[in-house]
Design a protein around this ligand. Structure first.
Ligand code: TQI
Ligand code: ZN
Ligand code: ZN
Length: 172
């Protein structure tokens, strides 16, 4: 079953039209940015919350960036595998991804040839999971849910289950 962070933090009623922005220091391609847009839509379809991309990083509700190792928030990344990303509970909005991972950017997870040489991680799957945390969801005990705390390398898991939907609809 779904869970929440202690105290059930959520975005306040006066701010449910959330903005998101990408760290300009990453100079991400539109292809990479569109993966996040798709991940936000999956959650926005089931709750009265909107996500709008803005250009000004410093004033955005949700701030997305790829970083390697120690990046200044006391939770350093650890190179390939291990921690892939982290996001904080509302209303923090920081969404950080480990720049050292071999991220799969397209929707196509590809053949097993690539996956056997490199431990590749599907970006959209991780984004959907982290957005769950940004909205206030903790981990779930339901294996197929987005918020279940394990993911198979190279696997794509992007569809919300009824458990994810019930959890987020309780909050919003
Ligand atoms: N990052 C952990 C995560 O997002 C960070 C974390 C550990 C955490 N414990 C937490 C966040 C408790 C909130 C509450 O779960 S991770 C997965 C999954 C990670 C893990 O890099 O290990 C995904 C990132 F679910 F597959 F294990 C994305 Cl999808
Ligand atoms: Zn961080
Ligand atoms: Zn998690």
């Amino acid at each position: 079953r779904y869970s929440f962070f202690p105290g059930e933090p959520r975005w306040p009623e006066r701010n449910r039209d959330l903005t998101y922005a990408f760290d300009p220091r990453n100079s991400l391609t539109e292809e990479v940015k569109s993966v996040f847009s798709r991940a936000f839509v999956r959650w926005a379809e089931v709750i009265p919350v909107t996500f709008t991309r803005v250009e000004v990083f410093s004033i955005s509700d949700i701030r997305i960036g790829f970083y390697s190792g120690d990046h200044g928030d006391g939770e350093p990344f650890d190179g390939v595998m291990g921690t892939l990303a982290h996001a904080f509970s509302p209303p923090n909005g920081h969404f950080h991804l480990d720049g050292d991972e071999n991220w799969i950017v397209s929707g196509d997870v590809g053949g097993d040839r690539l996956l056997s040489v490199t431990a590749a991680v599907d970006l959209e799957s991780v984004a959907v999971h982290e957005i769950g945390h940004l909205l206030g969801l903790g981990h779930s005990s339901v294996q197929d849910s987005i918020m279940y705390p394990t993911i198979t390398t190279g696997r794509r898991k992007v569809d919300l289950t009824s458990d994810d939907v019930e959890g987020v609809q309780y909050l919003y």
